[in-house]
Design a protein around this ligand. Sequence first.
Ligand code: 1CP
Length: 375
Amino acid sequence: SDNNNSTNQKFPTLKNDRLLRALRFEPVDTTPVWMMRQAGRYLPEYKATRAEAGDFMSLCKDTARATEVTLQPLRRFDLDASILFSDILTIPDAMGLGLYFEAGEGPKFKYPIRQQSDLERLPTLDVNDSLDYVMRAVTSIRHALNGQVPLFGFSGSPWTLATYMIEGGSSKDYRYTKGMLYSKPEFLHQLLDKLVIAVIDYLDAQVIAGAQALQIFDSWGGALGHRQFVEFSHAYNKRIVAELKMRHPNIPVILFTKGGGLWLDIQADSEADALGLDWTMPLDRARQVLTESQRQFTKQHKTLQRSKAIQGNLDPATLYGSPETIRSEVKFMLDSAYACGEKTGYVANLGHGITQWVDPERAKVFIDAVHEYQI
Ligand code: 1CP
């Protein structure tokens, strides 16, 4: 049997449940670790498979090659989780925005959302139709893993997806999205309402296809002001997590807001099992804030809220440093994570995705240093 009762398929038994145990605050022998964007351009074998596939989206749609690149980092490193090889931009692509990649410039959309007619053109997604290639990849990866480690499914948050859809690509200042937020907030809410439904269906389908844990990437939540974060990002993330926990109570959900350290108390008001942190937030302080939030919640609602685990938060740039520097930064991070005396409820990770310029040997130093640390 497997410890995923949310799927109708039969999969190999999970051998390494360190990550799932840590998320449930059960004892662990050592700290579970994985890396955001662990399959990617810093690996020469990824570049080779990507070249065979042609463009990036063809790689995502090629079940065998998407499975292959998901497994590549697991062959090199002693990782405690795998993550579906795909992208957050599959949803807007399926909605017909015309995703393409300009050499060296990152993702772009041919038809960005700027006015009411653009919004009305957006279809309600049937994720098992237009995004069936993602579900096929999930099932294929889950079989190929052969129970080695759990498999994460993921999605972008509605806010983060909206920034790409409105800007028409990556952005530094979010000119059009924020312009809309402050001039036509109802319009932005209409878009977010469409996205929240798509994200719920998308993650639900990934679980049914075999995902054993979920992460929501609110990569650009930190660009918002405090009240705007609550209204335009967190409110939607909270709806997504509540719905998924209702459908799949045993599938852990991690909510990662880059730049969200200041809002842990706000994010604690959700059913997320864990909160992901970037490197601006010390982990000992994160634990203190979450313990206090849990106490407040319990008092106010007179129901016991489960403790939230934390994930993170090494600056990915640390991996440009020497092995000695990486080891000492890892020690500092883990000392901080466990300073409260709680020796679980923590997943080691980078504070954001690994960059294409990292030497894979340095990534190995990071992962091994986490495991060598005596809890
Ligand atoms: O040329 C290439 O090979 C494309 C590079 C690339 C890769 C390797 C893109 C385009 N996406 C991905 C894979 C990817 N993207 C994964 C799976 C890999 C893994 O983790 O093992 C995941 C989880 C993502 C998620 C993703 N895509 C996020 C959220 C995570 C984060 O880093 O914040 C975001 C913001 C994107 C958008 C995106 N897709 C690709 C790029 C280069 C970008 C970022 C552009 C930008 O900075 O705005």
